[in-house]
Write a protein that binds this ligand. Sequence first.
Ligand code: AGP
Length: 610
Amino acid sequence: MCGIVGYIGPKACAPILLEGLRKLEYRGYDSAGLAVHDGKHIEVVRAVGKLGNLSDALDKHPMKGTLGIGHTRWATHGRPNEVNAHPHVAGGVAVVHNGIIENHLALRHDLEQQGVKFLSDTDTEIVAHLIDRARRTSKLELFDAVRRALQQVQGAYAIAVICETAPDTIVVAKSASPLVIGFGQGEVLCGSDIPALLAHTRDMIFLEDGELAELRPDKVRIETLEGKPVDRPAKRIDWSPVMAERGGFKHFMLKEIHEQPRAVEDTLRGRINLTGGDIHGTEIGLPPEFARDTGRVYFVACGTSHHATIAGRYWIEQLARIPAVVELASEVRCRDPVFTPNDLVVAVSQSGETADTLAAVRAAKAQGAKVLAIANVLDSAIPRVADAALYTHAGPEIGVASTKCFTTQLAALLMLAVYLGRRRGTLDETRARDVLQALVEVPNHMRHVLAQAPYLLGIAKRIVHAPDVLFLGRGLGFPIALEGALKLKEISYIHAEGYAAGEMKHGPIALIDESTPVVVVCPKDALYDKVLSNVQEVRAREGRVFAVATNGDSVIADLAEHLFLIPEVRDEVLPLLTVLPLQLLAYHVADLKGTDIDQPRNLAKTVTVE
Ligand code: AGP
């Protein structure tokens, strides 16, 4: 996830672009840059790190001009350094991009065959070259050259493009990533999100997928990629600036909960071969022979990432039939564990910097194990130390309580299990295709589940005064019970425990009475009957049951005080849906209590201490 901005009008654009990028820094902040047309040439200034560094670079190197584009980056392809920072230039064309070009490897290969020399490792530079070539070889105007280039591109993009020979035009286009156009007095702006434009205008048009627009100071032309004109009136936006930074949501956590369909889509994009029922090996980064011969998968992680690894273990065992172990990274450091060169250690960490996980990785590597990192932050410490990295594409997560990083970790782990299962011959093409089909359908199911979010407020009101809450689940529901409890305690400060439902009778059952809310993850999966028995045990002791259940389940409806329903999906993908109501429940309980949801007490987003 990155932020892009553009300005064309009568004013000096560099300060306006920089200010716009400040409002988008929540989308990424590992490098930034501007491209400004001074009437004759395009000048580019880029800097690694937060926007302050770009601002310092602009002090040393002021940019003149009233037309320009800017970018703040969250690296997905290529390390976060100055060479990979946007804008990217090819010939006289400069491009900023938010998204992921799915077919970048094939396009890059083709362009290299035609003699193009790439300067960066990014997928975006390919787009700049495609536009430049369309413009020069087919003598196309910028608008048509962008259209021609995008016809070759698959994936997600919002782009803004300027060109040396078009000193009065910005061309923008969108597919899957957001792009807003704003109308000021004799000026037009564009950006990834409303806040970037709000200081200048409240009159905005939201570009739709498959559309491109030509921006000039006095007019905007919008067409579809196929060349059909689009006539869409501007909307008046009525947001306060603070609301706008959170996209209209009260907290970043709530915004991030609602971003999960997009985050999972981005994490799956370009990695799944549905026809062949497989995962593209280049995306996993493990040599196929190692994947085939691995003797054991050993997961290390902390907190929410640890919960994701518990689901990962179930998937690896079920689909790849490899012995799998899950361990809290902090405990690995406390023992003298035995790793072998035949082990695949999978280290999962959204930040990629967690000290305990990093130490566990180092211990494993020291004994010759191969390490695969699953991380959200490109080029962070854990993927750098690992032998291979599989990145989640959740974008920056600002809320300390992890939500979208968790579901993208689940998506990455399920892809890993399919990849290993296919290499080892334990997963046939038909079952793999069915699992992957279910996985690609998850974002749409998530959208339906999230659309019922306000209903959770009613349930939250019934839990907010409870001193303790118990969460139960079995199989793939167990890590979700743990995660639901962690979310609730992290942000509402209510004591909550997650248990494997089968363990209840070995102790926690003593806690159950008419005042204890018990949240049960009880979808209609292979373990449904067993979980239902646990629900009955709770009811027999007057416990109050709140269940996450499958649409149409009338049996649980009679037992539970409250239900939250999810659609019927394959068992393997259930955790990506069952966790959503629990995240929302924690959020609403905390909001009712008035806690500091995005920065709960005593916690930190990245834990770099032992
Ligand atoms: C999640 O809500 C927590 N903030 C925390 O448990 C977190 O998952 C843990 O610190 C691990 O972080 P990592 O994924 O960045 O390694």
